[in-house]
Design a protein around this ligand. Structure first.
Ligand SMILES: C[S@@+](CC[C@H](N)C(=O)[O-])C[C@H]1O[C@@H](n2cnc3c(N)ncnc32)[C@H](O)[C@@H]1O
Length: 248
């Protein structure tokens, strides 16, 4: 069960992270920025504001405890979908549809979002949000089921973007599926990659933290993936699936 996501306006300073740097010496200054203040963090996180439809979807998400992506991660997903000119996106963990609304807004007008969730009620709420946003029915394929039962039925290499935000213990399995589902040049994204400040702290050894840390290692060590850790919201790990002959 995911701990309640903090409101983004109250995200703590990176300076409170274990191992965070105090103000760097002058010689380090060019390479390492000073720890970001809570004000800058909140400013960055709310730089792109939610519209009223996403705000309502967040309220539905809160009612059922399906912690949605924050505005920073949502905006990053929307940019990613737009940059890829995404026609086919897979989402693992529909929740009440907040991330889906961002993804659909970034995708091509004829793009289809395939989204999987184990909870039928969450899918129902997401459907409500998509209808409210005027998303045509034929742009969403919402599947109720366990991710690892559903994903193997989806076609290899057929998707531009795979976004993972369901069971953290299964993240390594989602990675295998995501790499299989993506076309070359497509991208994957995992939410909660910093997992409430726990991933960066080696003293934290709970199963979810260990699983997310292991996911990071797998993504970083895979030569076929070009990764970046985006410190938005609770951390968004992104990577592009490169062509086999891409130079390192
Ligand atoms: C954090 S919420 C997703 C929030 C959503 N991405 C958003 O931003 O609005 C996680 C969702 O994953 C679903 N879930 C958990 N385990 C799952 C599994 N094994 N297979 C499919 N869905 C799962 C939960 O029902 C929940 O709706």
């Amino acid at each position: 069960m995911e701990p309640t996501r903090r409101p983004w306006a109250k995200v703590p300073s990176r300076s409170k992270l274990p191992g965070a740097l105090s103000r760097p010496r002058r010689s380090e200054e060019a390479a390492i920025p000073a720890a970001i203040s809570p004000e800058s963090w909140a400013y960055a996180e709310s730089f792109v504001e939610d519209d009223h439809i996403i705000t309502r979807a967040r309220q539905r998400a809160e009612e059922v405890g399906a912690a949605p992506v924050g505005p920073g991660a949502g905006a990053a997903l929307r940019v990613l979908a737009a940059a890829l000119d995404a026609r086919g996106v897979v989402e693992i963990g529909t929740g009440a549809g907040v991330s889906g609304l961002y993804l659909l807004a970034g995708m091509r007008g004829d793009g289809i979002l395939t989204s999987v969730d184990i909870e039928a009620e969450h899918i129902r709420l997401a459907r409500e949000g998509f209808a409210e946003a005027g998303v045509p029915h034929n742009r969403t394929r919402l599947i109720t089921g366990a991710a690892l039962d559903v994903l193997p039925r989806l076609t290899d290499g057929a998707y531009d973007l795979v976004f993972c935000d369901a069971d953290k213990a299964e993240y390594a399995d989602y990675l295998v599926q995501a790499v299989r589902l993506l076309r070359h040049g497509g991208a994957l994204a995992f939410d909660n990659a910093l997992w409430h400040d726990r991933v960066a702290d080696p003293a934290q050894r709970d199963p979810e933290t260990v699983a997310i840390r292991e996911l990071g290692r797998l993504v970083r060590d895979d030569d076929a993936l070009l990764p970046a850790m985006l410190p938005v919201g609770d951390g968004l790990l992104v990577a592009v699936k490169r062509d086999g002959d891409a130079a390192g």
